[in-house]
Design a protein around this ligand. Structure first.
Ligand code: NAP
Ligand code: HSE
Length: 419
């Protein structure tokens, strides 16, 4: 089996190494030798690992138009030109393996249709959870189940930042800077810290779990930029840990909820103990019950493990999913959750009753109200609500922000748990 590799960065180099290390064992398993014929890169001047000598190209047609190449492995990243290259590969009768969650979450529908028409495979195990097997279990091992809930920690960078903030009492900006210096976080961290990466992965998981196409634009997305040292400390005092959670649920009437949001996770929840760059995904199926998938959600060799497994599966021709309809995801304002709200207000009589009065008008009741630090003339107030309609929370916060005694609504975090 001859492969055209598009991209030789972190993941692409891992694929080269893994095929070199385990090639013989893989050949015994599948009865075919996997050979990388050509490797597409952007910069022809960059120094490369010695084992790729003679294989490097900057001309995509060297891969896309080569009839000897059976499988195109796309590990370049970004939406364009990766999408166009994948389409051309499929149109030319080649199977495609990709780690690209942006392309799959936004264009999976058309690519899968094309792959089905051309009777080739389109596999994307590495696009969610790096080395964690989750796409294949959802498509195959759990196919007999009705999956009604999927939730997890899908982004390693944000989980690392939140873990370090908690363990070392550092600020968001401080940990981010350090993570960038060490190369853990991208220089432009937007996709990770603002939740877009997690939303793309969640869109892929919801589509496979609920058999309806969910796209990232359907998913209400809030990242971790606003999480402060105080939020982390108050969460700890309340018995929680803050995690960036990606959540999808469908009820028996087909009502579908999907969001990415910081959530206070209780100590008894297994997601509470998922730290650092690790990812974890909890799946609930009506036959199998609750499952947890845990492991390294990124990195050279874990991600290569998922990519090469897909290459191996091309031999078995795993068919793509069939024509799902587009999902109708609930607007976040219609969903219900408990909320933690931190605000700063003038430290004077009557302020608390004004705040609780506004919440009362919106039908929101409170589990607790605590006045925290007083800094100068301002006091910090932490509120935890009972389950409330999110739209009412948004309305109440708009009104609260306009009160003259209020300095600012500093943060709003979901709190897990049923009532
Ligand atoms: P990376 O280190 O930035 O490498 C990208 C590679 O693609 C480089 O070799 C680059 O060439 C090449 N490339 C980029 N644009 C190109 C273009 N227009 N034409 C030709 N070559 C181009 O990226 P990565 O971290 O390996 O990630 C690759 C993909 O895997 C992304 O979709 C990412 O989301 C996904 N993924 C990554 C991880 C991870 O841990 N890194 C985990 C899961 C999924 P040069 O070498 O010449 O610059
Ligand atoms: N940037 C991603 C993360 C890794 O931090 O989880 C690739 O999926």
């Amino acid at each position: 089996m001859k492969i055209g590799l598009m991209g030789l960065g972190t993941v692409g180099s891992g694929v080269v190494r893994l095929i070199e290390q385990n090639g013989e064992a893989i050949e015994k398993k599948i009865g075919q030798k996997i050979e990388i014929k050509k490797i597409l890169v952007k910069d022809p001047e960059k120094k490369r690992m010695p084992q790729v000598e003679g294989k490097i190209t900057i001309v995509p047609e060297d891969i896309l138009e080569d009839p000897e190449i059976d499988v195109v492995v796309e590990v370049m990243g970004k939406e364009h030109p990766a999408l166009e290259y994948m389409k051309r590969a499929i149109e030319n009768g080649k199977s495609v393996v990709t780690a690209n969650k942006e392309v799959i979450s936004k264009h999976g529908k058309e690519l899968i249709k094309l792959a089905n028409e051309r009777k080739v495979s389109l596999l994307y195990e590495a696009s969610v959870g790096g080395g964690i097997p989750i796409i294949r279990p959802l498509k195959q091992c759990l196919a007999a189940n009705k999956i009604y809930e999927i939730k997890g920690i899908l982004n390693g960078t944000t989980n690392y930042i939140l873990t370090e903030m908690k363990e070392r009492g550092m600020s968001f900006e401080g940990v981010l800077k350090e993570a960038q210096q060490k190369g853990y976080a991208e220089l432009d961290p937007t996709d990770d810290v603002d939740g877009f990466d997690a939303a793309r992965k969640l869109a892929i998981l919801c589509t496979l779990s609920f058999n309806k196409y969910v796209v990232p634009d359907d998913i209400y997305t809030k990242g971790i930029r606003t999480i402060s040292k105080e939020d982390i400390q108050y969460a700890e005092e309340l018995g929680y840990t803050i995690k960036l959670i990606a959540f999808g649920r469908i009820d028996d009437d087909g009502k579908l909820e999907a969001w990415v949001h910081p959530v206070m996770i209780s100590k008894s929840n297994p997601l509470n103990g998922v730290n650092g760059v690790y990812n974890a995904i909890l799946v609930e199926g009506n036959a199998v019950g609750r499952l947890m998938f845990y492991g390294q959600g990124a990195g050279m060799m874990p991600t290569a493990s998922a990519v090469v497994a897909d290459v191996i599966d091309v031999v078995n021709h795993i068919p793509g999913q069939n024509g799902y309809e587009d999902a109708k995801v609930q607007n976040i304002v219609d969903t219900v959750s408990k909320y933690y709200i931190r605000l700063t207000a003038l430290d004077k009589p009557g302020v608390m009753s004004k705040i609780t009065g506004v919440l009362g008008q919106e039908g929101i009741s409170l589990i607790s109200v605590v006045q925290k630090e007083v800094r100068g003339e301002y006091a910090e107030i932490v509120l935890i609500t009972h389950n409330a309609v999110t739209g009412s929370i948004f309305n109440a916060l708009k009104k609260i922000e306009k009160l003259e005694e209020i300095d600012k609504v500093a943060n709003v975090i979901k709190v897990e748990g049923e009532e």
